[in-house]
Design a protein around this ligand. Sequence first.
Ligand code: NBP
Length: 479
Amino acid sequence: MSGTAQIGVSGLAVMGRNLARNFARNGFSVAVHNRTTSRTDALVQEFGDEGTFVAARTPEEFVVALERPRRLVIMVKAGNPTDAVIQEFAPLLEDGDIIIDGGNAHFEDTRRRERELRERGIHFVGAGISGGEEGALHGPSIMPGGSKESYGSLEPMLEKISAKAKDGDSCVTYIGPDGAGHFVKMTHNGIEYADMQLIGEAYQLLRDVAGYSPAQIADIFRSWNTGRLDSYLIEITAEVLSHVDAETGDPFVDVVLDQAEQKGTGRWTVQIALDLGVPVSAIAEAVFARSVSGHAALRAASRHLEGPSAHKLGEDEAAAFADQVEQALYASKIVAYTQGFHEIAAGSEQYDWNIDLGEVAAIWRGGCIIRAAFLDRIAGAYEAQPQMPSLLADKSFAEEIGAAQDDWRAVIATAVTRGVPTPAFAATLAYYDSLRAERLPAALTQGQRDYFGAHTYRRTDREGTFHTLWGGDKTEGES
Ligand code: NBP
């Protein structure tokens, strides 16, 4: 038996509830279901007049309410709950029906689920959804992975509910087979970690070196947001910095415990990058920085460690320093995105996903947390040169970063001499310098490896693999 609801959403916490409302507001009839039925009732009671909802109390009622092929969006906690819900629904489904997992699943789980469900004739779409609860309601950026056929059935609906970029394009595109969508969403979150860390370092420099107050720094971020750094994260940074705690009257940032939390997607991005051999140092430093911040006891036990004597800058110096920090932030941001796109390219190659990097940049222009004006340019750069080995191969980004480099270096040097930690600024500059270096100390590393473990090395002047007989007569042999 099948019903008339065009789409179903199961899992009605903040994300699922708002996504269901988004479908309904866009004219689609939506079957809604949640393990705890009070959430279903509350949704229909509060927002029933926004569109056509069909409340389902059981998985059976939910499935029967849907037109064929059935399209079921699962928005439950990632991990075991997702498997539990799939186990409940799958036996009730028929050939060609589609389960869409909109949660933050690990892409390897998505690959497994897609394989298992495909064997049962059911399509499984792992769709990364970014934009938080506001995005889910007003238009998120959507990164669907799965069979092309199932995307065809979902495309018109997803295009309607997704965010729109400034040129009106929908922020959704088919990413690739099985886990491709969740992989791209994971990397999006990794880049988000790096972006937030870089902004945090810029803030701390403006505060501790330039001596600006949070309200003054908010104004600086507001002015940056009118230029090339124009982005959602810069915009909300200004809002957070200008917010005053109602109880104490102090700046909000001064009453919040400085221990950052994380849910795991940043860590996954780094773990996978290690497996793929991709240097994502900006993301790794961001994950580590959150980890350091959370080690309260370790930090408390380290207060005796000496730092340099500090003096704040004068007014003119501070203004000039703020301009330099803008240059540093922009240069580091280009590197962070370069690294993230490298990871997507490497994942695409490893898993045969054929991901279009320009399209990924294009659907991140609206709705998602890292939406930013300069993603337009990244999209354009990949469109012009789809096989570009790195974003830094793009002439205009290379020129911009080249123009920023003096200030970038000066800011990091100042941070080092003043004892202000800027791990992501420093890591991105080191990456840039590593790429442009004619010779890296890796030759010495190879010599050491050959010395202690006979690991062999290759030479600059001849083909082949060599091993030196260290000690003894030191003759060189080809292995
Ligand atoms: P949560 O991640 O807090 O999950 C709560 C939902 O999962 C509730 O509907 C709950 O049902 C259901 N659930 C759980 Br927990 N265990 C279940 C089980 N064994 N069987 C059936 N249902 C179960 O919700 P959320 O914050 O709305 O996020 C939903 C998904 O979207 C997550 O994967 C999240 O990572 C992802 N996401 C969240 C955001 C965000 O900004 N929050 C952004 C992007 C993506 P109950 O009501 O019966 O307990």
